[in-house]
Design a protein around this ligand. Structure first.
Ligand code: T46
Length: 141
């Protein structure tokens, strides 16, 4: 869907020592990284997110456990389950997201293209719908 893509990263596997996945900004995915954060100890049944970003690019990776991510625009939506450290979900600007069904002990790692900026968030769905509808119309012209 628009501004959402699925990544499968490489894995160095060794039967004796285990697995390692290495990500290179701008090579493994198409943006530089200015910020890293992770979401963990999420109580059972909790749903987070409920916003879009205006300009931010992010890569979401569930490095332990699993989580579902709803991504949505006024025209389409999809649900992705992240359940392996070698899977990534890229979410670009102007996509609504909600994260839910965090399994106990799960850790969602997020690589972000910009420093934290409260003004980059659109947290009201009606406002998002209006801005995104105009934005997506201009994108397809
Ligand atoms: C996103 C999804 C996937 C900071 O101070 N710095 C930060 O870099 C971040 C990400 C958050 N915060 C503070 C702001 C809030 O007081 O941490 C608190 C929780 O943030 P928020 O409610 O925005 O968390 P989520 O899980 O709803 O959303 C987060 C990211 O904010 C967002 O960019 O795309 O994860």
């Amino acid at each position: 869907m628009f501004n959402v893509s699925h990544y499968k990263f490489g894995r160095f596997f060794d039967a004796t020592y285990g697995s390692l996945t290495a990500l290179e900004a701008e090579q493994s995915f198409p943006f530089g990284v200015k910020r890293v954060y992770y979401i963990y100890e999420v109580p059972d049944g909790t749903r987070r997110g409920f916003h879009s970003h205006k300009d931010l690019h992010q890569m979401l990776i569930c490095v332990h456990g699993s989580v579902k991510i709803l991504t949505k625009t006024p025209y389409e939506e999809e649900i992705t389950e992240l359940s392996s450290p070698d899977k990534g979900l890229y979410i670009g600007p102007m996509v609504w997201r909600e994260m839910y069904d965090f399994t106990p002990g799960s850790v969602l790692l997020v690589l972000a293209s910009e420093h934290y900026n409260v003004n980059d968030y659109i947290r009201d769905y009606k406002e998002y719908e209006k801005i995104a509808t105009d934005f997506l119309k201009s994108e397809v012209k």
